[in-house]
Ligand binder design. Structure first.
Ligand SMILES: CC(C)(COP(=O)(O)OP(=O)(O)OC[C@H]1O[C@@H](n2cnc3c(N)ncnc32)[C@H](O)[C@@H]1OP(=O)(O)O)[C@@H](O)C(=O)NCCC(=O)NCCS
Length: 236
């Protein structure tokens, strides 16, 4: 989808009601990135209107892809619309350049309230788990999505799909060859610099390059993953 007016409708009817403001980039930014070809927008429509949306972006210069946003309109959830879109998006992003992996950022259910308005966080994890996603053992936070914006701590980074060549022999880790280190660097690259005293960013970068590879956990075991905390030490 490349039409700004259609994107506005999707944004107002699905994205805005599904994500807290700290996790959703502005309509202006998303529109210009769509027109520049930096994000790809997928939408499901029926006679009932626009039902679901997914947004993906390559994490250049790494060869990973991020599923930046994915939501079904609140009155349509639980009817299979999201599963259909998810399968289509994954097969579509995997085709062109065979990325090393497809990632998604989600809130930890034990660190975020998960109000009904933005969806049920445990149900969302269950959704991804059912479709084969694993949790990466990384103290993850979402970098600020705009200049002057705030990081979101207490997040998880999910591997929705990864190239089998990146797996350790026992299948329990994503190895350096799997490209997780450069993928995390690309995500952090959105912040102008990572200072040495930026403990959360340093810990995240180091964890992504741990010898032997990053552990992959079942989504229901996410509580084993260390929590990324902000400088003021409050778990947010
Ligand atoms: C997660 C989501 C995209 C799934 O789409 P969907 O069309 O509801 O999915 P399906 O009908 O194919 O699958 C149903 C599953 O979705 C999940 N789900 C359903 N309603 C949900 C809700 N309100 N919030 C979160 N997940 C939900 C559950 O895992 C459900 O399975 P269950 O039978 O175990 O409860 C959709 O529920 C949603 O938009 N949630 C809120 C926004 C969100 O969490 N987006 C992902 C952010 S990265």
């Amino acid at each position: 989808m490349r039409d700004p007016d259609q994107l506005r409708t999707l944004y107002e009817s699905i994205l805005e009601p599904s994500f807290p403001p700290s996790e959703l980039e502005s309509l202006g930014s998303l529109t210009s990135r769509m027109l520049d070809g930096k994000v790809t927008i997928y939408a499901v429509e029926s006679e009932e209107g626009r039902l679901a949306v997914a947004v993906t972006e390559p994490l250049s210069p790494s060869s990973a892809v991020l599923l930046s946003y994915f939501a079904t309109r609140a009155d349509q959830r639980g009817r299979g619309v999201g599963s259909d879109l998810y399968r289509n998006v994954l097969s579509s992003v995997r085709e062109p350049g065979r990325p090393s992996m497809v990632l998604a950022e989600v809130e930890r259910p034990d660190r975020h309230p998960g109000d009904g308005e933005h969806g049920d966080l445990t149900a969302r994890l269950r959704f991804y788990g059912r479709h084969g996603a694993r949790v990466l053992d990384l103290p993850y936070f979402q970098p600020a999505i705009a200049d002057g914006g705030e990081r979101v701590y207490g997040m998880l980074l999910l591997a929705l799909w990864f190239h089998p060549a990146g797996l350790s022999a026992d299948g329990a880790r994503l190895t350096e060859a799997g490209g997780i280190g450069p993928a995390v660097d690309s995500i952090l690259g959105g912040e102008s610099t990572v200072a040495k005293d930026d403990a959360a960013a340093v810990a995240l970068r180091e964890s992504a390059r741990v010898g032997g590879g990053v552990r992959l956990l079942a989504v229901e075991d996410y509580a084993q993953v260390a929590v990324a905390r902000g400088p003021e030490a409050g778990a947010r």
